[in-house]
Design a protein around this ligand. Sequence first.
Ligand code: XMP
Ligand code: MG
Length: 186
Amino acid sequence: MPTGEVVFSAAQIQERVRALAREINALLPEGIPHAVIALKGAVFFAVDLLREMDREVTIGFAAASSYGPNTDSAGEVRLRLDLLGEVRGRDVLLIEDILDTGLTLAALRGALRERRPASIRVCVLLDKPSRRKTRVSAEHVGFTVDERFLVGYGLDCGEAHRALPDIRAYSPEGEAASPGTEEGES
Ligand code: XMP
Ligand code: MG
């Protein structure tokens, strides 16, 4: 399962997640926020983050997929929002794995805004600012990273490597053919 060099160890990730949870708790209004977890990549991160936040929260899911099975963000984002939950009037915390070109987050923010939440905050585990194609940012960022393609802790390459406890640079050497699907699920 391991691929390239470890970029963030499991311990580093957990330490950063604890700090993010404190930061978010201090800024989210009192009451019960609605966390929207972006499938599939943010699942591991969201579970750890919400546990660390240690407060009452409701959850919903959004899925974004872009076309192309591997490491390219192809530009066209398709959203599935049927498990979003009730957003109107809520303080929404959108939890994403990685902010890359920004097209996915722009589409998700737009879809949430249309549903009239009281507020939206976005928390991404990773930010790759050098790859941005649209002006979008997250209120909370775990780590800022360079352009390398990363896997682990929810991040996949063609659906492989999501369950790694750490985040690694993806290295195709010596890998068996990936079990990827036609359409790149986030
Ligand atoms: P955009 O370009 O829309 O992309 O900001 C966000 C989505 O692209 C995927 N992505 C990655 N997935 N390792 C991954 O496993 C990466 O290094 C990476 N860069 C972008 C991811 O699905 C994210 O939600
Ligand atoms: Mg993916």
